[in-house]
Design a protein around this ligand. Structure first.
Ligand code: 5GP
Length: 117
């Protein structure tokens, strides 16, 4: 819910109030498996501090965005994605963003199609 400061699902995952299959954790980020995987490997990377979108995060704290990208690379290493992976930031309603706590989708483990609908 853009414009809304209420808690999202991912704050509850970070607080361990909702169970998640955690793949990796750093001081500033958490990586856990998507509940509805869209690829053989589908992991979400979130910052522990909430920003609604990647654009807001980039403007407010670029180092934290870099931490997210580093965590995604670590996830790719842990998951054996040496042939490559995709990072997706859905931004806003038309992109299908449903959780307004910025998250990167790490997708891989198979040959991915190009930007389908
Ligand atoms: P978005 O559509 O906002 O880019 O991505 C939100 C993602 O969160 C979706 O891929 C959805 O499957 C995932 N998701 C929704 N609820 C849960 C949950 O309770 N646990 C986990 N691990 N993922 C969830």
């Amino acid at each position: 819910e853009p414009g809304d400061s209420s808690e999202t699902l991912f704050e509850r995952v970070i607080a361990r109030e909702i169970p998640a299959d955690i793949v990796h954790e750093t001081a500033t980020t958490l990586a856990f498996r998507d509940i509805s995987p869209q690829a053989v490997t589908h992991v979400l990377v979130v910052p522990k501090t909430r920003y609604r979108t990647v654009a807001e995060l980039a403007a407010a704290d670029p180092a934290l965005l870099a931490d997210m990208v580093d965590t995604a690379a670590k996830v790719a290493e842990l998951e054996g994605l040496g042939n490559g992976y995709r990072l997706v930031f859905n931004t806003g309603a038309d992109a299908g963003q449903t959780v307004f706590h910025v998250h990167a989708h790490v997708l891989g483990g198979e040959q991915l199609g190009h930007f389908g609908r």
